[in-house]
Design a protein around this ligand. Structure first.
Ligand code: FCB
Length: 477
């Protein structure tokens, strides 16, 4: 949490000095299985909650689904050639659970594992470090039918699946993250219901959050057993939460949202406890009876790194009687027990997602994790922006996205100068893809995808990022 909101300083590109990053800084780009692979019913893959959700009318804009997505499953080699052209040092991808373990239990599917083996081998052959995320939101549908993440058994299923993947790929993948953004899985999936599986129950959302973290802890154990020298971590999405004014009521609203958005995950994962104020706020929703003895020790298993996804800041104010709730992830029910806190917009520039652009928030976020929680190496495992892109004469000149990256890399550098052990940065995203409930209507890629022809066009930001990687920093502008 930080002090009352003031608009972030808007930098002027022309006045920016050159910056060099530490030697060996891991420059990467990220994607996720359901967002790019397609081939939803091929190679033995069975449906996940995102298949079911996207095929349910009214859930995703335009009725879009991940059936074909970027057809990455069939375009592996040419996509990796694009990564090599960019000069990526690392590529963060996720494994589709229902591709490698159809149905979410039982034996591995050799054909599914083979796809990821080919991916990893091709990355290594191109000198690109594979960074594997085990869970980027695509729970096998039968596990949801058996209760989903609000059910404790799902955590054990996740550990079994992890062991299968570790056995198959542990000899060639060094960097592993267990979960991507458990806040979204829990509070958008089971709270507001704007993400799969689309359920809406505040108690279920809290239980889902706990069982996701329990699954993480058990998965860390499975990874260590299979591959003692792996670098293991988790990715959380963090937001600075700022009160709209300096009134005590707004400060309390910020404390509540900070507890749900950030400390709900950071405290158990890195300190082995839930914050007392969070538990008090959630008392009307749950008695935390789902937390069993030993869970928090499992959840706080020692890690090798922490992944931080950063996009924007929350600015919040105390409830006002009769105020209308806001939509999407600001929807009231993704904040159990604090449904009536108001999310305030400051009128600063926003992306096509309507997310406020706030690069200083990245410095605050990284410093907070380092200064309040851990000395572990940190990685920005996602950062990026959606803007409306236009193809003109076969080119996409995405100056806004480029400026967003530039500002956030300068923020990342500032965090390093302030003592944060930041070891890498992954742009979200390598290419345009299926943006969850927004379908294909939001473009985050450095590479443009024409979804009709599957032609890829590197945007200006891709060329710029290649140069950043080449010089290990930013040129004077
Ligand atoms: C993050 C997700 C990622 C993508 C970006 C825009 O929350 O991890 O898959 O949707 O947002």
């Amino acid at each position: 949490m930080s002090n009352p909101a003031s608009p972030p300083a808007v930098g002027v590109l022309a006045e920016r000095p050159p910056l060099t990053f530490p030697p060996g800084f891991l420059w990467g780009a990220a994607t996720a299985a359901y967002q790019i692979e397609g081939a939803a019913a091929e190679g033995g893959r069975t449906p996940s909650i995102w298949d079911t959700f996207s095929h349910t009318p009214g859930r995703v804009v335009g009725g879009h689904t991940g059936d074909v997505a970027c057809d990455h499953y069939h375009r592996l080699d040419s996509d990796i050639a694009l990564m090599a052209e960019l000069g990526l040092k690392s590529y963060r991808f996720s494994v589709s659970w229902s591709r490698v373990q159809p149905g979410g239990s039982g034996p591995a599917n050799p054909e599914g594992l083979d796809f990821y083996r080919r991916l990893v081998d091709a990355l290594l052959a191109n000198g690109i470090e594979p960074w594997l995320t085990l869970y980027h939101w695509d729970l096998p549908q039968p596990l949801e039918d058996a209760g989903g993440w609000p059910a404790r058994d799902t955590a054990a299923r996740f550990a079994d699946y992890t062991a299968l993947v570790a056995d198959a790929l542990g000899d060639r993948v060094r960097y592993w993250t267990t979960l991507n953004e458990p806040w979204c899985s829990a509070f958008l999936g089971y709270g507001s219901g704007v993400h799969a599986p689309g359920r809406s129950d505040p108690g279920d959302a809290v239980r889902a959050g706990h069982h996701l973290m329990l699954g993480h802890g058990l998965a860390v154990r499975a990874l260590r057993a299979a591959r003692p020298d792996a670098e293991v971590g988790v990715t959380v999405n963090l937001y600075p939460v700022t009160p709209a004014t300096d009134s005590p009521a707004d400060a309390d609203a910020a404390r509540r949202i900070d507890a749900l958005a950030n400390r709900f995950f950071l405290d158990p994962l890195l300190r082995g406890s839930y914050p007392a104020d969070l538990m008090a706020d959630l008392a009307p929703v749950t008695d935390f009876g789902h937390v069993r003895e030993g869970d928090l020790a499992t959840i706080a298993a020692p890690l090798d790194l922490v992944g931080v996804n950063y996009y924007s800041r929350h600015v919040v104010a105390a409830p006002v009687e009769g105020a209308a709730p806001e939509a999407y992830w600001r929807a009231p029910s993704c904040w159990p027990g604090s449904e009536d806190v108001r999310f305030v917009t400051r009128g600063v520039p926003v992306t096509d997602m309507d997310w406020e652009i706030d690069a200083p928030g990245l410095v605050e976020t990284l410093r907070r994790v380092h200064e309040e929680y851990t000395d572990l190496p940190l990685y920005v495992t996602e950062n990026g922006s959606a803007f409306v892109d236009a193809v003109v004469d076969g080119e996409v000149d995405d100056v806004d996205r480029l400026a967003y990256f530039d500002a956030h890399l300068r923020a990342a550098h500032e965090a390093i100068s302030a003592g944060v052990p930041l070891r890498g940065y992954f742009a979200w995203s390598l290419m345009d893809n299926f943006e969850w409930a927004w379908g294909y209507t939001k473009r985050f890629g450095m590479i443009y995808v024409d979804y009709d022809s599957q032609v890829r066009i590197p945007k200006s930001s891709a060329r710029w990022y290649a140069e950043v990687i080449r010089r290990n920093g930013l040129a004077a502008q």
